[in-house]
Write a protein that binds this ligand. Structure first.
Ligand SMILES: NC(=O)c1ccc[n+]([C@@H]2O[C@H](COP(=O)([O-])OP(=O)(O)OC[C@H]3O[C@@H](n4cnc5c(N)ncnc54)[C@H](OP(=O)(O)O)[C@@H]3O)[C@@H](O)[C@H]2O)c1
Length: 383
């Protein structure tokens, strides 16, 4: 029986993780759950799973949960409590599924505590890739990707990296793949969040629509698989059936295929190196629409271009684009800027921030803070 600490339990990945847990009550136990403000949903989850701990990062929400809870679950509050529950001696596996930079500290603590980290929070690697990977090695943690593309690469690389020439991340292209760029300024948050293939939280849905999500995934892949930027390729594949591919020098290409449902990658991270039922229907290739593949349009999806540039630049550039993106997406979702404003804010923030190398977590956190302030200032000017 493995004890799971599930961070971001009320989110899209959190819910899918619980669906897999439901299928295997003999293998997995929910030890701790976390959310930010959604205490009502957390109350339901506590009633059903009776975890030892429930963390609400927001203090007022923790108080409301504490007053309403009738199980023996201990309610904790604050971001520090996340760091404590992941490192708890009874935690075996940590599902890191908090959205955004807010998920970095707890994921890093899980690495330092030598846990199995099932990593959905790609921002942890975008912000602190070197520090994170070093902690995984030093403390013998297990890092299993949950992003479907990285899970695909991880699965394809099971026989090793010998003779590997490149990896190729597939991108659906999002809801605006075929929308002319002169229509982009009219795109609404609800349109941007209506992804054709995947059901996801609102922030990552907007990231998919701008293709910044793919850009963050390129950076994630660089750290996860220790690859040079030129070894990471992106191809647009609107059907989201081929989740990603690896290319070898002998001419072989290995791909992982499946229906677009995160439970496959989640269950693999939970059961690795074995495989278990995830609840996802088996792929029926004879009834699958024709599979298409295109080169990404960097002129239209400038966020993807900016992410590649930041990776090549190194240093604080990746932290800066992530911070500016989070601020820009939040303002777009709140109808404060238009869709085209997102790449503009990121670009301007990146050109304004001084380029530097960062050597400690404190410097990373400080750069993230300064870049957010700068992005807000840029939005004021832009607005
Ligand atoms: N969804 C997908 O299919 C998918 C696929 C691949 C990778 N990912 C990655 O997985 C992560 C989660 O994505 P998601 O789509 O599941 O997000 P989501 O549906 O928006 O859920 C986010 C979760 O994080 C919690 N949260 C939000 N802000 C927080 C904060 N400041 N501190 C602590 N917890 C906070 C939320 O709690 P409340 O409900 O209380 O706000 C919620 O439980 C992201 O990094 C995303 O890039 C997602």
């Amino acid at each position: 029986m493995k004890n799971i600490t599930l961070l971001g339990a009320t989110g899209s990945i959190g819910k899918s993780t619980l669906l897999v847990v439901d299928l295997h009550p003999d293998r997995f136990n929910i030890f701790a759950l976390s959310a930010n403000t959604n205490w009502q949903q957390m109350l339901e989850l506590c009633n059903k799973y009776q975890p030892n701990y429930a963390v609400m990062v927001d203090e007022q929400s923790a108080e409301k949960l504490s007053n309403a809870i009738i199980t023996d679950t201990q309610v904790l509050s604050g971001a520090q409590a996340l760091d404590e529950i992941v490192a708890h001696q009874n935690t075996d596996f940590v599902m890191a599924a908090i959205v955004g930079a807010a998920g970095m500290s707890s994921a890093l603590c899980a690495a330092k505590a030598g846990k199995r980290i099932m990593l959905a929070n790609k921002e942890s690697l975008v912000l602190a890739g070197d520090i994170f990977m070093k902690a995984v090695g030093t403390f013998n943690a297990e890092l299993i990707p949950v992003d479907s593309e990285h899970s695909a690469i991880f699965q394809c690389l099971q026989s090793g990296k010998s003779g590997l020439s490149k990896i190729q991340l597939t991108a659906s292209g999002g809801p605006f793949l075929h929308t002319p760029i002169n229509q982009f300024k009219f795109i609404t948050p609800d349109q941007a969040c209506a992804h054709p293939n995947w059901s996801m939280g609102r922030k990552i849905s907007v990231d998919s629509a701008t293709m910044m999500n793919k850009g963050l995934e390129v950076i994630e892949a660089h750290y996860l698989f220790s690859l040079a930027p030129k070894q990471i390729d992106v191809v647009v594949h609107p059907q989201s059936i081929v989740h990603s591919s690896v290319y070898y020098e002998d001419g072989s290409t290995l791909s992982q295929l499946g229906n677009p449902d995160m439970r496959t990658a989640i269950s693999y991270a939970m059961s690795y190196p074995q495989r278990i039922n995830s609840g996802v229907a088996t792929l029926d290739l004879s009834n699958t629409p024709a599979l298409e593949f295109y080169q990404p349009d960097f002129g239209k999806f400038t966020c993807l271009k900016l992410a590649f540039e930041a990776l090549k630049k190194g240093g604080n550039a990746m932290i800066t684009i992530n911070a500016a993106n989070e601020i820009a997406v939040e303002h777009f979702l709140n109808h404060k800027i238009d869709f085209l404003g997102i790449p503009k804010i990121i670009d301007q923030t990146l050109s304004t921030m001084k380029h530097t190398t960062l050597n400690s977590l404190e410097e990373v956190i400080n750069n993230d803070f300064v870049a957010r302030e700068m992005a807000r200032e840029t939005i004021k000017r832009y607005g």
